[in-house]
Design a protein around this ligand. Structure first.
Ligand SMILES: Nc1ncnc2c1ncn2[C@@H]1O[C@H](COP(=O)(O)OP(=O)(O)O)[C@@H](O)[C@H]1O
Ligand SMILES: [Mg+2]
Length: 275
């Protein structure tokens, strides 16, 4: 039996757009007819869960698709080993529950937690959004003044290397690691160009694919309140502005560039039943 394809949003950093991207990826898959389960491992913050709760409210008035959603709160067992064991079991239970879905989209917290680690080690595609700042670059490589050519992989990059090995030895499958330049300024800047140059040169060395995500746009903050995405605007009778159209194009381009295999088991089973 085919397993669900697992997409993890992760980067040990807050505010880079993980939860917003998770929501857009979920709705893109749902709209393409696939079945989607989502998992919020950042339950303390609960952004994805609250985003979906807002969507439930909007659904009372409009016909919106929603995923099957589970949120896992990290164990508060004072014994560290026991807590990790509990987290790991809760995570496995959720995946077992999601076995028949096409896709599982997992949102992780902006720090290194046991739940985040088990999720990373299961990713078929790991998406790491970064903002165009040297603080964010520090997540991938240790940046020291005047030593841009002697960059060393950071703790996070080294961890992803270990997750890749762990996944390969467990399932024999590779992990596609994507670093996404997100919340980009639409304007040209020297900093932006420099960041692109550095990331491009790192991508081969550290082993990730470099893609562009969304530009910085006010619309993303507004969408959260209604639990909607760029793909729902017409369904909630919102007239599209030029900025909406440009943002929707960014999303379409991103979904294509992610190169996630098409999984439409649920739909095909339904069609087979009807036939
Ligand atoms: N492309 C974007 N343009 C403008 N604001 C954004 C964009 N993506 C996310 N945001 C906003 O930035 C904040 C952090 O986004 P979020 O998805 O919660 O990041 P993370 O999950 O990485 O902490 C939120 O207020 C969100 O609405
Ligand atoms: Mg988040």
């Amino acid at each position: 039996m085919t397993q669900p394809y697992i997409i993890v949003l992760g980067n040990e950093k807050g505010g880079t757009g993980k939860s917003t991207l998770a929501m857009h990826i979920i709705v893109s898959f749902l709209k393409s007819g696939s079945s989607v389960a989502s998992l919020d491992l950042d339950a303390r913050q609960g952004t994805l869960s609250r985003y979906l709760a807002n969507r439930e409210k909007t659904r009372k008035d409009y016909d919106l698709l929603i995923p099957t959603h589970v949120s896992i709160l990290a164990s508060d067992n004072p014994d560290r080993k026991a807590a990790e064991q509990e987290d790991s079991e809760h995570f496995s239970d959720a995946l077992t529950q999601f076995q028949d879905f096409d896709y599982v989209v997992i949102d992780t917290p902006g720090n290194n937690t046991p739940l985040s680690r088990v999720a990373h080690a299961c990713a078929d595609t790991l998406i790491t959004p970064l903002n165009d700042s040297f603080i964010d670059l520090d997540l991938l490589v240790r940046v020291e003044t005047g030593a841009m050519d002697a960059l060393h992989p950071s703790v996070y990059s080294a961890s992803v290397w270990d997750y890749k090995k762990e996944k390969a030895s467990r399932s024999g499958l590779p992990m596609d690691w994507i670093v996404l330049r997100n919340r980009l300024s639409p304007l040209y800047s020297k900093n932006k160009e420099e960041m692109f140059r550095i990331l491009k040169s790192l991508s081969k060395r550290i082993g990730f694919r470099l893609l562009d995500g969304f530009c910085e746009r006010v619309i993303f903050r507004e969408l959260f309140i209604n639990g909607t995405t760029l793909l729902d605007l017409l369904d909630i009778e919102t007239a599209l502005t030029l900025s909406h159209v440009a943002a929707r194009k960014e999303l379409r381009d991103l979904m294509a560039a992610l190169e996630i295999p098409v999984q439409r088991r649920a739909l095909e089973e339904k069609e087979a039943k009807v036939a």
